[in-house]
Design a protein around this ligand. Structure first.
Ligand code: ZN
Length: 61
């Protein structure tokens, strides 16, 4: 039932790796390839949103 969610996580995985490594600038959107991702990271969660195409990811850490 949650296959689509799993697919989305895979799409965002590279970006998430960068964010976890402390690099949250100049990240490229996996959907539109623009460097327009806005990252909000707290100790408990991370949210990433593309201001160009509107795709976003939210996850708990
Ligand atoms: Zn985008």
């Amino acid at each position: 039932m949650h296959k689509q969610d799993d697919d989305e996580i895979v799409v965002w995985m590279d970006v998430l790796d960068e964010v976890m490594a402390g690099r949250s600038k100049s990240l490229r959107c996996p959907y539109c390839s623009q460097q327009t991702l806005q990252v909000e990271k707290t100790p408990a969660s991370v949210s990433i949103k593309c201001s160009a195409c509107g795709k976003y990811f939210e996850g708990r850490l």
